[in-house]
Design a binder for this molecule. Structure first.
Ligand SMILES: Cc1ncc(COP(=O)(O)O)c(C=O)c1O
Length: 399
């Protein structure tokens, strides 16, 4: 439930547009996910590809979660947030030799590799850097029958070669990594494949851990299909228990953990009508939240107008960014009351792939990020940019 008085205050203090994260909602979501999986040998790792704000990462760390890194940049941010290297699981793709060296030098010990060449590179770097403690190496599974066509991962047929390769380097392949696909709300899409994945894991002679993703959905359409964490957690626990061996479980939710705690607020700067359709211009762009327009996802948009407005005064509305870029829509065909300049809109559930995917496309500085605390206090957790950012790293005077 949005407190519009607080939203108004925050926009006055920090400017508009503004990303606002609710710490209480984030902590409640973390707790809900954590409790939903009764399996004892489990560890959650927040997938920071979705959100790299260090203050938010610290909330995950304080809740006992580790970090899941998709890139060396994720590792870097995780270390800044105070995660121990041993609390970071890397599962990415296509690292250069220098990047692999960097990740190992930072002390990351658990790496899920997604191809034979990446595994080979990891083994070579491990041996050349003379790191003393062994790595926990896992393989990212590529299973088109389940996940559809994917460029990422190895098919089980390549596992024997991978095992030989790791053994030659004095390492063991102890992990299996499975990623169902992002944003899946159908719980059965996960539960139906558990046994298949476990059967493949058993083919690894030194199998110690199962990393089951990643990919859990978030109900952006409120009241619509939602991922059932309790069902998933119970089924997964039962199936692993049936294995009769002690397998450690890694779960690395991104979107599901952080999407719902954030709102992007913006102010209405223009209203016009095209026949019966309201065209609302706001002071943000798709560059600040590229998901709905560029990637086609839905985000609910609400306004600070009274909730008692009769249905007859609700209009089909396009919410548009403040540029002429043809895809600069924050929402199309929304059902909103007549708005006026100065009103506030809130784009809900933007905690995942929101700020993290924002860019300087359209040459507008990025908004600030603010953390709302339980007692309505607020803290700036990332400054808003000014126009000077558009010049950063540009080299002048060469012509
Ligand atoms: C290996 C891996 N794990 C976890 C995630 C997070 O995914 P999601 O936000 O769908 O949970 C990603 C996203 O790219 C990923 O590649």
């Amino acid at each position: 439930m949005i407190n519009w008085k607080v939203a108004e205050e925050l926009l006055n203090v920090y400017g508009s547009p503004l990303y606002v994260y609710d710490a209480q909602i984030l902590r409640q979501t973390i707790e809900h996910i954590t409790k939903a999986i009764p399996y004892p040998r489990k560890q959650f790792h927040f997938a920071s590809v979705t959100n790299g704000n260090v203050t938010l990462l610290k909330i995950f760390r304080d809740a006992g979660w580790g970090l899941h890194a998709n890139t060396p940049g994720d590792v870097y941010l995780g270390l800044q947030a105070g995660f121990e290297p041993s609390q970071i699981v890397y599962s990415g793709s296509n690292l250069s030799c220098a990047e692999m060296e960097q990740v190992l030098k930072w002390g990351v010990k658990t790496l899920n590799l997604d191809s034979l060449p990446q595994l080979q590179l990891c083994c070579e770097v491990f041996n050349s850097t003379q790191i003393q403690t062994p790595l926990h190496l896992g393989l990212r599974l590529n299973l088109p029958k389940i996940t559809g066509d994917s460029r990422i991962g190895l098919p089980p047929e390549e596992f024997p070669t991978a095992i030989t390769l790791a053994n030659k380097a004095g390492l063991k392949l102890s992990g299996l990594h499975f990623y169902r696909g992002t944003g899946t709300n159908a719980t059965t899409a996960f539960t139906e494949v558990i046994d298949t994945v476990l059967a493949i894991g058993k083919q690894l002679p030194d199998w110690q851990y199962l990393d089951f993703g990643g990919g859990f959905g978030y109900p952006y359409r409120h009241g619509g299909a939602a991922f059932d964490w309790e069902l998933f957690g119970t089924e997964l626990t039962q199936r692993i228990n049936r294995l009769g061996r002690e397998v450690n479980l890694v779960i690395e939710p991104g979107r599901a953990a952080i999407a719902g705690c954030a709102t992007l607020y913006a102010r209405v700067v223009s209203v016009k009508w095209q026949e019966n359709k309201q065209i609302v211009g706001v002071d943000t762009t798709v560059a600040n939240i590229s998901v709905p327009s560029v990637h086609g996802g839905y985000r609910e948009i609400i306004t600070n107008t009274p909730s008692s407005i009769p249905h007859s005064q609700i209009y089909k509305t396009d919410v548009c960014g403040n540029t002429t870029y043809s895809r600069d829509y924050l929402g199309k065909n929304c059902q909103l009351p007549a708005l006026k300049i100065g009103d506030i809109i809130g784009i809900l559930d933007v905690g995942a792939y929101g700020y993290a995917m924002s860019s300087h496309f359209l040459h507008r500085p990025k908004p600030a990020e603010v953390l709302l605390l339980a007692d309505k206090q607020h803290r700036l957790i990332r400054k808003g940019e000014d126009y000077s950012v558009l010049l950063s790293n540009q080299v002048f005077g060469v012509m």
